[in-house]
Design a protein around this ligand. Structure first.
Ligand code: FAD
Ligand code: MLT
Ligand code: ZN
Length: 477
């Protein structure tokens, strides 16, 4: 793992055979308990193989009642627990730091109901995002969130990290789309806030506490969210630009001229394109000339003629004013997929390239790319610096990659705390969408004031007084 680990808190119990016997008695099916090292190991390690824990036990409940019994027992015995979804998180939140037991939601993967009038779907937390999409599409609906990890991440994990992704520009954050949450509290209490109502102002909106709190306040077992009708007319365009300033100009025009049909506006710099071309079979150079910046834009609507006209006049306007060097509009789904592949496989390609230091920042748009240039100068060729992200939402993914597979303290010291200080100085956020997890818990102060951190700690204490849920994460120790 990376960095210095927070020492194990001795107040937590070390699990013994009696505990395992108890879990067996409530879970019944032997497949719901993993204790063999080979079976447990994949759950101990994150997707990037960067964060590693040492858990001896994975429990895989099938019902809310089982989750409740597990937590109630752990609370009584002071056994620490990590909730785990698809384990695709990028900040080490989903794996144990030490020997916390792992509570996997993988067995809770049913879509429970769908209301064709309101478009509200109710699902168990362990549903894989892509499976929900596949359930909704034949009904004419779609999920309001989409991300590269869709084939593995679970909706409960998406909610717990308040994941952003490529549709946030159009459909807003999960804080708006999620209408109800059923969660199990640390002491086993089942909190039923599983409303399907669009409007409900009955005091504190408790479900919001579980959205983005990364499994530190409760285990989400079910949730309901609003789904939009699936657009029937989709266009995907790729542009190349000489400067980041032009990328911004194209964004302003896209917002003004495309309005409600604009559904994604993503950017990547040239090193990202080179990286993807190197690691992904079947990708090819998009244009004749190489330029420093690329934009992937999507429109989604319901009227091909109307959308086509809007897009044509937008293209005329940006080409006429020479905001772009080159551009291409995908006309069939094969081309659309290949454009999206250039953007969506950056993360995977970085994994193949070597050790990657990942930063997920919100920055004011005028400072957005400046940091990438500053880091390139600062690192002076000792590592490669990549800039990409959800520029339409002000979210930069700054990734720094070294060819060796292991992470070095010297490199980390060259990057941190500089990146966080820079972000803080410009009143940005040190986590735009990935969360805090284990990676940034000691850096929270760069984005939250002391009174804000104090209030967060009070909420945590009120809801989980024994601190059994995802300890060592999110809050500074
Ligand atoms: P996990 O990784 O298993 O867990 C994440 C956190 O949530 C942990 O703290 C865990 O304890 C907690 N948790 C999980 N399930 C529950 C539950 N039911 N109840 C309580 N706590 C729970 N993120 C973005 O925001 N935007 C992107 O565009 C994006 N793209 C990605 C692309 C790739 C290729 C990859 C690998 C990751 C990407 N991510 C992105 C990271 C993102 O946070 C996760 O993919 C996703 O939201 C996590 O879901 P998961 O089920 O894998 O959760
Ligand atoms: C993305 O937008 O591709 C993701 O957030 C993943 C990443 O930052 O690597
Ligand atoms: Zn992202």
């Amino acid at each position: 793992s990376v960095g210095n680990k927070i020492p194990r808190d001795p107040k937590y119990a070390v699990i013994n055979s009696k505990d395992i016997d108890y879990f067996r008695s409530i879970l019944k099916d032997p497949n719901q308990i993993l204790t063999d090292k080979d079976d447990v190991d994949p759950f101990n390690c994150d997707w990037m193989k960067k964060f590693k824990g040492n858990s001896q036990l994975v429990v895989k409940p099938k019902t809310t009642e089982q989750v409740s019994k597990i937590l109630s027992y752990c609370n009584e015995k002071k056994i620490a627990v990590v909730p785990q979804g698809g384990n695709t998180g990028l900040v080490g939140g989903s794996v144990p730091v030490h020997d916390e037991i792992i509570l996997s939601l993988a067995n809770m993967s049913k879509v429970e109901s769908f209301d064709p009038i309101t478009g509200v779907v109710t699902v168990q937390a362990g549903c894989i995002l892509e499976n929900i999409e596949n359930y909704l599409v034949p009904l004419g609906y779609t999920v309001p969130i989409d991300l590269g990890a869709k084939g593995s991440c679970q909706i409960g994990g998406n909610a717990s990290t308040n994941a952003g992704g490529i549709r946030l520009l159009r459909y807003g954050s999960l804080h708006g789309s999620i209408l109800g949450v059923e969660a199990v509290l640390a002491d086993g209490t089942v909190l039923d806030c599983l409303s399907t109502l669009r409007k409900d102002n009955t005091g504190y909106d408790l479900k919001q506490l579980f959205i983005g709190s990364e499994g530190t306040l409760g285990v989400i077992t079910k949730l309901s969210f609003i789904t939009p009708p699936k657009p029937t007319s989709v266009n995907v365009a790729l542009f190349s630009c000489h400067s980041f300033d032009r990328v911004q100009q194209v964004l302003i025009r896209a917002k003004k001229q495309l309005g409600d049909i604009l559904s994604a506006f993503e950017f990547m710099d040239r090193p990202c394109i080179d990286l993807v071309l190197k690691h992904q079979a079947g990708t090819r150079e998009p244009f004749d000339d190489s330029t420093p910046f690329y934009v992937l834009m999507e429109t989604s609507g319901f009227n091909e003629v109307h959308d086509g006209e809007k897009l044509s006049s937008f293209l005329e306007s940006i080409m006429g004013d020479e905001l772009i060097v080159d551009g291409s509009v995908a006309t069939d789904s094969k081309n659309m997929t290949s454009f999206w592949k250039l953007r969506e496989t950056i993360t995977e390609s970085l994994g193949k390239e070597g050790a990657t230091y990942k930063y997920d920042l919100s920055l004011p748009i005028d400072q957005f790319y400046q940091l990438v240039a500053v880091m390139r100068e600062k690192l002076d060729g000792k590592a490669l610096v990549y800039g990409f992200g959800h520029v339409g939402d002000g979210n930069l993914h700054l990734n720094i990659s070294t060819p060796n597979q292991s992470y070095s303290k010297d490199m980390l010291d060259m990057i941190e705390p500089f990146v966080y200080e820079y972000t803080s100085k410009h009143r940005g956020s040190i986590s735009a969408e990935h969360g805090i997890g284990a990676m940034k818990s000691q850096h929270l102060h760069f984005s939250k004031s002391d009174p804000a951190i104090h209030l967060m700690k009070s909420i945590k204490h009120a809801m989980d007084p024994n601190n059994i849920l995802n300890p060592y994460k999110v809050l500074p120790q």
